[in-house]
Design a protein around this ligand. Structure first.
Ligand SMILES: [Cu+2]
Length: 210
């Protein structure tokens, strides 16, 4: 259980949050695993009153802090090229117009942008066995304009917030043509926000080199 400010010298009282594992009498049964849940309870009067009963799809609730929103100083969008991992502008940030694919031996580096509702470049060609480093920058300036990048054939699934630069790395072991696509419903054209990763088979690369 937690109340707002409960770990401070001046708790606010009035409300209680109950973090519950058990919920047998709270929600319809949809299988053996009942949802863990949060209950917000008004503790002002002589009787406690449940204001909200919130099932959680994932994970058992354990510990919570409740603080006024005014104490948070949040970024609504990141500056373009920001890496939340390092809290700096990434050297691999890509501005619109600077998108490119750079080959150095068997190392391929992709500098990609994402904006509603397009990836640039939208076709990425590599050779089977290439060492691929893929930088992607969400160049959106609109709060909440998050994009995703999924390359399911290579087990990649990213969320990229507005301004964020993310980097993935893989060896292009599987030959073939694989789609990559946005996983956030970003606009009416979201379903068009896709491209192709073309991995040329080793045999075809060897034939071309002959
Ligand atoms: Cu998108």
């Amino acid at each position: 259980m937690a109340i707002p400010g409960s770990d401070t010298a001046q708790p606010y009282g009035h409300y209680l949050l109950s973090l519950n594992k058990w919920s047998i009498d709270r929600f319809d049964c949809v299988g053996p695993l009942y949802p863990e849940n949060l209950q917000l309870i008004d503790i002002n009067g002589p009787k406690m009153r449940i204001l909200s009963d919130t099932p959680l799809g994932l994970g058992e609730t354990h510990y919570a802090q409740i603080i006024p929103y005014s104490l948070l100083h949040v970024a609504k969008v990141f500056p373009v090229g920001y890496s939340p991992r390092t809290s700096t502008i990434s050297k691999c940030a890509t501005q619109p117009g600077q998108e490119r694919i750079v080959r150095n031996g068997n190392h391929v580096t992709i500098f990609m942008t994402a904006v509603r509702s397009h990836f640039t470049p939208e076709i990425v060609r590599v050779n089977q066995g290439d060492d691929v480093t893929w930088h992607i920058t969400n160049i959106e300036r609109t709060p909440d304009a998050t994009h995703g990048l999924a390359i399911s054939a290579y087990n990649v699934n990213l969320t990229i917030n507005p301004g964020e630069t993310e980097t993935i790395h893989f060896i292009a072991k599987r030959a073939g043509v694989f789609s990559f696509y946005c996983t956030k419903f970003c606009s009416a054209l979201h379903l068009e926000m896709a491209g192709y990763l073309v991995v040329k088979p080793r045999t075809a690369v060897a034939m071309a080199e002959r």
